[in-house]
Design a protein around this ligand. Structure first.
Ligand code: ATP
Length: 373
């Protein structure tokens, strides 16, 4: 089922009568979620992810804008009539019911033409349980399950009615690191097997990047960028997106462009920086320079010189930690193939891979594109 958000906006009235400032939780969202895809809604806390999800589910009413499931306008429909499955961070299972009863619950509440016989309901419940691999645990109570198992029950309960759209709000937050990894792979598998359009909310960029077909990056209720994870990583629209995606994070420097050459560092008058590469088609201006950790090439004659702090060996790669007076992060972190050796102990010199270097300008850190000559 395709989901279309059209100029979707949610404004919460102020809680503080004196200041009177309302909160624009979601500001004019327009995008289409293609049928059968897994979408990661990603952004820092308070950016409006959950509000977007709740509006899609029908739990919250938009202040303006429309939501379509396929060609049907569902904006005014109640959650029960939208055919969505919802899974929250806290699994919210009924503690006095067994796993089986928890999964059966949504089916027992079906009315009219949708009502099912007992046998049919049991069949559906076992199908859903099998899908999330908890069919062996059907007679246990939630308290007798691990966090990961409880979350699977919650997913089975959301899937049992075969929803048109599955909505997951930070479903892995209560799990430990290993279970998080395992459960996110499970969610991906289940989504692929069922082909249900799924919207997954998380503030964890790695999680979103690893399982989503498409990621939607949000900040303060405003859509920043939408695209395939690798495309957004390789081609960020602005400094916020570049900084939000990637571990270790992108390195950020003060710099300027003069005569189509990029300089890092220097003074307010755009003088005295290190000339690091050509940037065709960019006018003279101060810039913020983003360099991905994998964008550095060790070279004793390299144009960018950093003060070496330490070298962390990580097996296949080494991570070189250094500092630079123009760095806007406390340290500069590069990831280099471990075959390359760091020569010297004080200074480390690099050349840069142009496609791993991004320039940003203006007050909003908009991307400035350049030609590699
Ligand atoms: P988190 O990751 O912390 O859950 P989020 O990205 O999901 O954050 P939302 O919960 O959608 O963010 O909240 C977006 C903004 O709307 C926040 O500034 C929040 O304080 C505000 N907000 C959310 N619900 C309400 C409400 N019922 N009344 C007033 N303001 C609200």
């Amino acid at each position: 089922m395709k989901v279309v958000l059209q100029n979707l906006t949610k404004i919460f009235p102020s809680r503080n009568k004196k200041s009177g400032e309302e909160v624009i939780a979601v500001n004019d969202f327009t995008f289409t979620i293609p049928d059968g895809k897994l979408i990661g809604l990603l952004g820092p806390s308070g950016c409006g992810k959950s509000t977007t999800l709740y509006m899609i589910s029908g739990l919250q009413k938009p202040s303006s804008g429309k939501i379509f499931f396929g060609d049907e306008d569902v904006t005014e429909l109640t959650p029960e009539n939208r055919g969505v499955g919802l899974v929250f961070q806290n699994y919210a299972l009924y503690p006095h019911m067994t796993v089986k009863q928890n999964i059966l619950f949504p089916l027992q509440n079906l009315r009219g033409d949708d009502r099912m016989s007992k046998t049919e309901m049991l069949e559906k419940a076992y199908e859903a349980a099998k899908l999330v691999q908890i069919d062996e645990l059907m007679d246990r109570k939630p308290s007798e399950l691990s966090g990961g198992q409880q979350q699977r029950v919650a997913i089975a309960r959301a899937l049992v009615k075969l929803p048109k759209v599955l909505l997951l709000d930070e479903p892995l937050s209560n799990l430990d690191a290993r279970l998080r990894l395992q459960t996110r792979e499970e969610i991906r598998r289940i989504q692929k097997e069922t082909g249900i359009t799924t919207i997954f909310v998380t503030h964890d960029q790695e999680e979103a990047m690893s399982i989503s077909d498409i990621i939607v990056v949000m900040k303060s209720g405003i859509l920043q960028q939408i695209g395939k994870p690798q495309e957004v990583y390789d081609d960020p629209a602005n400094l916020f997106v570049a900084k939000f995606l990637g571990t270790p994070p992108i390195n950020v420097f003060r710099g300027y462009v003069k005569d189509e050459q990029l300089y890092i560092g220097g003074n307010d008058k755009c003088e005295g920086g290190e000339c690091v590469m050509k940037v065709g088609g960019v006018s003279n201006c101060p810039v913020t320079v983003g360099i991905r950790p994998e964008g550095f090439v060790l070279d004793p004659e390299g144009k960018l010189s950093c003060k070496l702090s330490n070298v962390e060996v990580m097996g296949r790669d080494v991570s070189i930690v250094s500092t630079h007076e123009a760095s806007l992060n406390p340290t500069v972190r590069s990831i280099i193939d471990s075959d390359n050796k760091v020569v010297g102990t004080d200074t480390v010199r690099y050349n840069l891979k142009p496609h791993k270097v991004f320039l940003f300008g203006g007050t909003d850190g908009e991307r400035i594109r350049f030609e590699v000559k």
